[in-house]
Design a protein around this ligand. Structure first.
Ligand SMILES: NC(=O)c1ccc[n+]([C@@H]2O[C@H](COP(=O)([O-])OP(=O)(O)OC[C@H]3O[C@@H](n4cnc5c(N)ncnc54)[C@H](OP(=O)(O)O)[C@@H]3O)[C@@H](O)[C@H]2O)c1
Length: 256
């Protein structure tokens, strides 16, 4: 199934990538109602100013609250992640259980498309993360939690796209990302803004359905890329104006 219009829930909307997803959704021509999910009512004003039409308060670890937050939702962009600090000392992680709760609620709501931001380093993309960081995140249980969440989404029956970015930066968007498929493909860094653009493009790009991609910025590439895929990424059901890879605009112009 392909998402074309309707209500999009952004889980992790207060985070670095989630805020940028709100911004991209605000600027898309698509007919979407944007619902931001947050843990705190204090964030409501900021989220509305950032592009949310609706704000729901739900802790991702609370299944009932998440079910309520997903009512009436047609698509999900999930950028949830453990926050630095005491969160990392818990064994029940938002990266695992929290994301799984969102997936289960999305299945109950029969959503059309689910986009999950995971990470290079998870599962078969392990070699793309430096060994030191991989050992740290393995020790903290973050990579295994993310892997459980990825597997849960793949097995959910939902139409999904999993994006595994490299190291995230707060730099301006480059609009030039390298997307690999197959696990051990690309390595390096990528601005959150580029990942946000790709999250929204994945909602509207039928070819991205039921696939898992590794993503870095071309200028952040470390080592030679393998398994690079070129997709006709679309930021709305019809146009490709803000194509994050720079490929689709050209193709779309020639197609029209
Ligand atoms: N940092 C990197 O270099 C890197 C690299 C690759 C992939 N990633 C992954 O990419 C994703 C996005 O990263 P980011 O740095 O943009 O994220 P971030 O800024 O840390 O934001 C994480 C979001 O998750 C929310 N969250 C955490 N626990 C929650 C809970 N129990 N219930 C509801 N919301 C909760 C946070 O809400 P609050 O505002 O309430 O805390 C925040 O909105 C994450 O999955 C991250 O692990 C990160």
């Amino acid at each position: 199934m392909t998402f074309t219009s309707g209500r999009v829930l952004v889980a992790g909307a207060t985070g670095g990538t989630g805020r940028r997803v709100l911004d991209v959704l605000r600027r898309t021509d698509a007919e979407v109602v944007v619902r931001a999910m947050t843990r705190s009512t204090d964030d409501e004003r900021r989220l509305r100013d950032g592009g949310a039409d609706e704000v729901v308060v739900a802790d991702a670890m609370d299944r009932d609250a998440v079910s309520t937050a997903l009512e009436g939702v047609d698509a999900v962009v999930c950028t949830l992640g453990s926050s630095p600090g005491l969160d990392v000392l818990t064994s029940d992680r938002v990266d695992g259980t929290g994301v799984q709760n969102v997936v289960d609620a999305a299945r109950a709501a029969d959503v059309d498309q689910f986009v999950l931001v995971s990470s290079i380093g998870v599962g078969d993309s392990g070699p793309g993360m430096s060994l030191g960081l991989r050992l740290l995140l393995l020790g903290l249980g973050i990579l295994s939690a993310k892997r459980r969440a990825e597997d849960h989404l793949r097995e959910s029956g939902l139409s999904y796209t999993i994006l595994r970015p490299g190291g995230l930066t707060n730099a301006d968007p480059t609009g030039d990302v390298v997307v690999g498929e197959g696990g051990d493909t690309v390595s390096g860094s990528v601005p959150r803004a580029d990942v946000a653009g790709l999250c929204v493009a994945a909602l509207f790009t039928p070819e991205a359905a039921n696939r898992t991609f590794e993503v870095v910025a071309r200028r952040g590439l470390r080592g030679p890329p393998e398994g690079v895929v070129e997709l006709d990424w679309r930021t709305t059901p019809r146009s490709a104006a803000a194509d994050p890879t720079g490929d689709a605009a050209e193709e779309s112009e020639s197609a029209d």
